[in-house]
Write a new protein. Structure first.
Lengths: 195, 228, 216
């Protein structure tokens, strides 16, 4: 699904990534770890297609429509409601039976009651749950998740655990975290980035 | 790094020195005096040839920008930037010589009736904005892309602005001056051609010089990074 | 067809955001009215029709700049551009939708501004309205494109007028030429044609190169 060969990335004079090699087969679950500033986010952005490597190659066996990316930002509009945000992304991703799918996700992540409220009034944890709904909305083949547990409370984290365990069977996951112990049982491989 | 088929820099420097000297000699000693304006009209040879050299730089910069966007040529971004930088330097000279020419011809330091001069003012502002854009971004692919796209807008703006300035004459009613460069022929044409060749070679030499300086700087920094 | 569905979804989002925040359109309306008042005091004597038609275009251009400066603010403040770039639609839909949304705001401001101009200064003819429509397309198309570039820089709002004004010079020529009309200008149609040419030319360039503005 994803193959990186001698991947490198520099922004001008600043080198962020150097000689990264890994292969993530279809159905695999790769955990990326490393201290702050090791380049986890940059690597994930390259894997999601948001950035291009400056050295080496990345091969991705998935179209843009088949990738789900969760970054540091929730990528939702604060002045729109949860429903309006998901409607927008549902249209752009041409999700079949959009309304049902959105309703199901909002229900599962405990946001159904707040669906008509603007995201600006959400807590950080609720916003992160909404971001997860956005990522899962179009049932992506490849999930690229950057610190998905951040801002989630224990209930939210358990919800995500269950979701990931369910996805583990049929999807490919690339996940960056500074707390690898939590997803140890799910992982099929690990990639440690040096600082 | 550089292409091997290129003319070496010292040879370029010598030939531009020879050409510029020849051009100066032709302009001052060979070209005949203008019937109306006498000796000082000779600035025309520099004004026009510098203007065409500047156009060549802007178009060259846009071509390199196009190469960056389509071919992802890793050298093209820097080359495009350096060409536009040279174009801006020559553009400054165009405005200066144009201003002097206007003073000689009409007794004013600026005239809106000379299409070329007005066009250069618009282009000058445009390419100054190019530099503002570039210096407002961190080095990286985004800076290269945005600079390249804006440089492409520039070459579209040149003919569109020229057309606009021609159209605007109808309602702006500037004072009409019936004065242009000397009618071409004989030594005038030869002098102009020599001056034009000199300016183009000079522009190219300066481009190569700045480029090699910038590349050296870049390599030096990478080397330092490896050592550290 | 799905291209225009995407454009529709994105433009709808921008209109919805404006409906919630209600800041851009009222600002544009107030700005254009205040500008007219300033013009009255800045023009000694009774300004001719010729002079005020130039002012009309300065007012429209700067009002548009005000709106264009706000165009990508939601994407910038909430960093949602990544979300739009990741979506599987053609990236130029982002530009087209933003242009259309800004066009809607500008047109709405002009629905008030043009009668106000007629009330304060001189009457407006059909050619001027045609020029306004054609110029709006160019202003919003190029302006939204440059707005997307400007928000990516450190200078942000500062940069947009600098990037935009040299490119807007031909629009002003075409628009003023069509507005002044006969007897100063022999055929205003020529100027309308020039505006249409500008719109077409720059729309193609913007459409073809927007991908490089938002994606690496």
């Amino acid at each position: 699904m994803l193959t990186a060969r001698r991947l490198g990335k520099r922004y001008g004079e600043k080198r962020v990534l150097r000689r990264i090699d890994f292969a993530l087969p279809r159905g695999g679950f790769l955990v990326v770890t490393g201290p702050n500033g090791a380049g986890k986010t940059t690597l994930l952005r390259i894997c999601a297609g948001l950035a291009q490597p400056t050295e080496g190659r990345i091969e991705r066996d998935a179209t843009r429509a088949e990738v789900g990316y969760l970054g540091h930002e929730p990528l939702v509009y604060r002045e729109l409601t949860a429903l309006e945000n998901l409607e927008l992304y549902g249209r752009l991703y041409r999700v079949p039976e959009r309304r049902e799918r959105i309703g199901m996700l909002l229900e599962r992540f405990g946001l159904w009651e707040a669906r008509h409220e603007r995201v600006a009034s959400y807590s950080r944890g609720m916003t992160q749950r909404l971001a997860l709904c956005r990522v899962l909305l179009h049932e992506p083949e490849l999930l690229v998740l950057d610190e998905p547990y951040s801002a989630l409370d224990e209930a939210g984290a358990e919800l995500l655990d269950a979701q990931l365990a369910e996805l583990r069977a049929e999807r490919t996951v690339l996940l960056a975290t500074h707390d690898p112990a939590r997803i140890e049982p799910l992982a099929s491989g690990a990639l440690a980035l040096a600082g | 790094m550089g292409r091997t088929s290129r003319i070496p820099l010292p040879a370029l420097a010598v030939s531009s020195l020879v050409l510029v000297t020849t051009a100066l000699a032709f302009v001052f000693f060979v070209a005949p005096n203008d019937a109306n304006q006498g000796f000082s009209q000779r600035i025309f040879y520099f004004h026009v040839s510098i203007a065409f050299a500047a156009y060549a730089c802007f178009i060259g910069g846009a071509w390199k920008a196009f190469r960056h966007l389509t071919k992802r040529d890793p050298r093209a971004d820097l080359e495009s930037y350096v060409l536009i930088h040279q174009g801006l330097i020559f553009g400054t000279l165009v405005l200066l010589t144009g201003s002097i020419w206007a003073k000689i011809s009409w007794g004013v330091w600026w005239t809106w009736s000379e299409d070329e001069l007005v066009l250069f003012l618009v282009l000058y502002l445009f390419y100054c904005a190019y530099f503002m854009l570039r210096f407002s971004l961190d080095p990286g692919p985004q800076r290269a892309n945005l600079s390249a796209v804006y440089a492409l807008f520039g070459v579209v703006l040149i003919p569109v602005s020229f057309l606009a300035i021609r159209l605007a004459k109808e309602f702006l009613h500037p004072r009409v001056f019936t004065l242009h460069g000397p009618s071409f022929g004989g030594w005038i044409l030869v002098t102009y051609c020599v001056a034009q060749a000199a300016m183009l070679v000079l522009a190219y030499t300066l481009y190569r010089l700045e480029l090699s300086g910038k590349r050296l700087d870049l390599r030096l920094r990478r080397l330092r990074e490896v050592l550290v | 067809m799905s291209y225009f569905r995407d454009v529709g979804a994105l433009a709808r989002k921008d209109l919805l955001l404006e409906l919630r925040a209600r800041d851009t359109l009222p600002a544009m309306l107030l700005f254009v009215a205040a500008t007219f008042v300033i013009f009255h005091f800045a023009l000694p004597g009774a300004p001719s029709r010729l002079e005020t038609s130039g002012l009309l275009w300065i007012a429209i251009l700067f009002t548009a700049l005000l709106g264009l400066g706000r165009a990508f603010v939601p994407e910038r403040e909430q960093r949602t551009m990544d979300g739009l770039v990741l979506a599987p639609c053609d990236r130029s839909t982002i530009w087209l939708a933003k242009s259309l949304a800004t066009l809607a705001f500008l047109a709405a401001a002009e629905v008030v501004a043009l009668p106000l101009y007629a009330l304060f200064f001189h009457s407006i003819d059909g050619t001027t309205v045609a020029a306004v429509l054609l110029a709006d397309v160019g202003i919003c198309g190029v302006g939204a494109f440059l707005g997307a570039m400007a928000v990516a820089t450190r200078a942000r709002d500062l940069l947009l007028p600098l990037l935009f004004l040299p490119l807007a010079m031909p629009i002003v020529v075409g628009a003023v030429g069509a507005t002044v009309g006969p007897p100063v200008v022999s055929s205003p149609g020529r100027y309308l044609g020039f505006l249409a040419l500008y719109d077409l030319l720059f729309a193609v360039i913007c459409w073809a190169s927007f991908e490089y503005v938002v994606a690496e």
